[in-house]
Design a protein around this ligand. Structure first.
Ligand SMILES: [Zn+2]
Length: 61
């Protein structure tokens, strides 16, 4: 799966704050993502994160 810095990930499971979209801060073996609801940052292993991705929102350009 192609995930880039700056993408918004729409997740199947929502964050405890109720939001289910996350901004990608760093991609690689692990993703560093920030909840767009509460602003909390989390590190997630790539394999785990990919299973949880519903869709990716990308602003091109
Ligand atoms: Zn949150």
């Amino acid at each position: 799966m192609d995930v880039r810095v700056g993408d918004i990930l729409v997740m199947k499971k929502q964050h405890p704050c109720g939001e289910n979209t996350f901004l990608v801060l760093r991609s690689g073996m692990d993703f560093r993502i920030r909840c767009t609801g509460c602003g909390r940052e989390v590190m997630v292993p790539r394999a785990k994160a990919e299973k949880n991705i519903k869709s990716i929102i990308r602003k091109d350009g």
